[in-house]
Design a protein around this ligand. Structure first.
Ligand SMILES: NC(=O)c1ccc[n+]([C@@H]2O[C@H](COP(=O)([O-])OP(=O)(O)OC[C@H]3O[C@@H](n4cnc5c(N)ncnc54)[C@H](O)[C@@H]3O)[C@@H](O)[C@H]2O)c1
Length: 307
């Protein structure tokens, strides 16, 4: 079977590429990225025997998928992903992310490919104890253009239910190291600042607010699970390793960096919300998650040791 990974040079995609041999069904993989954020390093040191072909293409371009050959599965990761920047780059983000998405969707429909679409737990945004995939509409309250786009994409997929087999994975905020890792999400950013002895910037209201986090290891296990078990039932699943507060994350970092300093700031993203996200639906299907945020913190700090 052949796999296409879009946005393959990014934080998540580059981890998947490293671990491809663990998905036995996949014999050949096509990677696409426009390298707009310069993560050429994700393509370094590819192991001999990994049957990988890389295309430098912009997925907004309708012709970008014309010559990639037969594909059975698509993991769609290509997106602009900085939620906070999405307020100032709104139009660019809508054009890019929806442009890529519609192109990939049409390709999958036309070629009968099964699609793993990555959404985000940031589609939830109402103060509550716990939310799941079947929550009332009032709990779907995206707090940024980035999250709004995720919900639009999910709705477009649902409208095309009869034409395509897909699964929507709503990922929590990623933690963990990969060749194309980035540092604008909480855990990595905090580890970086602690390592270079800068104060850690924390949103004033966020210290004790619960949010869902996802270890890269668990994200990969979810991809492998969907392909191995053929879980393309047009459903959506929350994927997270655990719900934590910023204080929990800082306590994990303090195990390795004792003297961290904290600087409180305000953010354009409404953040006086606290919510737990349930991953019971995917766990009931049999996916075993490792909950390894602690080792992600350890690995990230080790990567930046002696700076
Ligand atoms: N990282 C997280 O915390 C997180 C959490 C939830 C959901 N997600 C989602 O998972 C997916 C992957 O996230 P990531 O963290 O790997 O992001 P990333 O920003 O690290 O990688 C995205 C990749 O997509 C590529 N890309 C963007 N626009 C493109 C275009 N027009 N044509 C070709 N390539 C393009 C970029 O060059 C980049 O390499 C995204 O949809 C993101 O919204 C991420």
């Amino acid at each position: 079977m052949n796999l296409l990974i879009t946005g393959a040079c990014g934080h998540i995609g580059s981890y998947v590429v490293q671990n491809l041999p663990k998905i036995k069904k996949i014999k050949k993989t096509v990677l696409i990225d426009n390298l707009e954020f310069g993560r050429h390093n994700s393509l370094f040191n590819n192991k001999k025997g990994n049957k990988i072909r890389f295309y430098l293409s912009d997925l907004k371009d309708k012709k970008s998928l014309n010559e990639i050959g037969k594909i059975d599965y698509v993991i769609h990761l290509a997106s602009m992903t900085n939620a906070e920047n999405s307020f100032k780059d709104k139009k660019k983000m809508y054009d890019n992310n929806l442009g890529c998405f519609k192109n990939v969707l049409n390709y999958c429909i036309k070629n009968k490919c099964k699609l793993i679409h990555i959404s985000s737990t940031s589609v939830y945004g109402k103060q509550t104890n716990i939310v799941d995939e079947d929550c009332e509409k009032k709990f779907l309250k995206p707090q940024s253009p980035y999250a709004d786009i995720k919900l639009i994409e999910e709705n477009i997929l649902n409208k095309n239910k009869k034409k395509i087999k897909f699964v929507i994975l709503r990922f929590g905020t990623i933690a963990g190291i990969s060749p194309g890792m980035r540092f604008h999400t909480a855990v990595n950013k905090f580890c970086f600042l602690a390592s270079i002895k800068k104060p850690i910037t924390v949103y004033k209201t966020a210290m004790n607010q619960f949010r869902p986090y996802l270890s890269l290891q668990d994200a990969f296990m979810a991809f492998k699970f969907c392909i191995d078990k053929n879980l393309f039932n047009n459903e959506k699943y929350n994927i997270l390793s655990g719900n934590f507060t910023v204080k929990h994350i800082l306590d994990k970092i303090k195990k390795y960096k004792k003297n961290i300093k904290i600087n409180y700031i305000s953010s354009p993203i409404m953040n006086q919300l606290s919510y737990h996200v349930s991953n019971a639906k995917i766990c009931e299907k049999g996916l075993k998650l490792k909950n390894s945020i602690d080792s992600d913190v350890k690995d990230t700090i080790k990567l930046l040791d002696n700076i």
